[in-house]
Design a protein around this ligand. Structure first.
Ligand code: GUN
Length: 297
């Protein structure tokens, strides 16, 4: 079998066109332009490139993008003060603090300072809790994008076995929770594998969909999956490659070649999950601006 490649870029383009139309309508009807503020502390190269991509996507959709850059040795309280002033700024509807933060700055304290109404990453305890109990909230962007990509593959996960590899707060835990929800495009039987799982392949071999978010290349190989499975690869790893201009190339957590032999559909890296993460960030920012416009009306 040769898998269909799930084109995250195309799906992102289609969804962003809908978002841009929503932004234009909100401007025309309510005079409100959605605004996203991004706080970047330090200059981790991967973070710089993510933030640049997020800001460009924001402007392309007709939103206001505002970047606050702080040095790597910024004081924790200075970062928290920046968050607080954005909380109070009515032109800003979404606040994103790019993670990871430099050593010495508590991510917990900084995230806790973000107003849940502007938490378009869905990282605050209020939004995580609401997601878990099924209340209306901002869904975290990567997990939300993953649900859309699974939908795009044509697989309805209801009653199916979904295996998630990785238990991060940003991806693994929320994806597992969302796939298990009693809701359309969910209702799966979910297994969450992690570094404490002695043999992940015991579970992946019976999985109809595998979401791999382990942060390690070759975590999932073709011999570990069942024929026809859908593979969603969340990994973004830089592996050195002297033949490339930058001296490295990107690869996911799945071995694409061997998985594509066995799977029915698989996301590529790059061009799979990444574009959808940014798209769902725009989605949440538009939603936040709509709520603010309703509240102000
Ligand atoms: N670092 C890696 N992924 C993310 C994300 O989705 N949001 C933020 N804020 N930081 C990240």
């Amino acid at each position: 079998m040769s898998a269909k490649t799930i084109d995250g870029k195309k799906l992102a383009e289609r969804t962003r066109a809908e978002i841009a139309a929503g932004v234009a309508a909100l401007k025309a009807e309510k005079g409100v332009t959605p605004g996203l503020a991004v706080i970047l502390v330090g200059n981790n190269p991967a973070s710089v490139s993510y933030v640049t991509a997020k800001e460009k996507a924001c402007r392309d959709a007709g939103m206001i993008s505002c970047e606050i850059r702080m040095p790597a040795d910024a004081a924790e309280d200075a970062v928290i003060d920046a968050v607080k002033s954005l909380n109070a700024d009515s032109t800003i509807h979404g606040i994103l603090v790019q993670l990871p933060l430099p050593k010495g700055i508590s991510e917990k304290r900084v995230i806790d300072a973000i107003s849940p109404e502007k938490d378009v990453d869905g990282f605050t305890p209020v939004n995580v809790g609401k997601m878990l109990i099924g209340e209306d909230c901002f869904l975290p962007c990567t997990p939300h994008g993953i649900l859309k990509l699974i939908e795009e593959s044509g697989l309805d996960v209801a009653g199916k076995h979904a295996v998630v590899i990785g238990r991060s707060n940003i991806v693994g835990k929320p994806v597992a929770a969302l796939l298990a929800r009693k809701a359309p495009h969910a209702n799966a039987t979910v297994t969450l594998c992690h570094t404490g799982t002695p043999d992940v392949s015991v579970y992946t071999r019976t999985a109809d969909v595998v979401v791999v978010a382990a942060g390690r290349p070759n975590t999932l190989t073709g011999d570990m999956i069942k024929p026809g499975a859908v593979v969603i690869d969340v990994g973004v790893n830089r592996v050195s490659d002297p033949t490339k201009p930058k001296g490295y190339r990107l690869c996911g957590d799945a071995d694409f070649a061997s998985c594509a032999e066995v799977a029915s559909a698989i996301t590529p890296v790059p061009g799979g999950v990444g574009p959808m993460t940014i798209t769902m960030l725009l989605w949440n920012t538009l939603e936040s601006a709509r709520r603010a416009a309703e509240g102000a009306a």
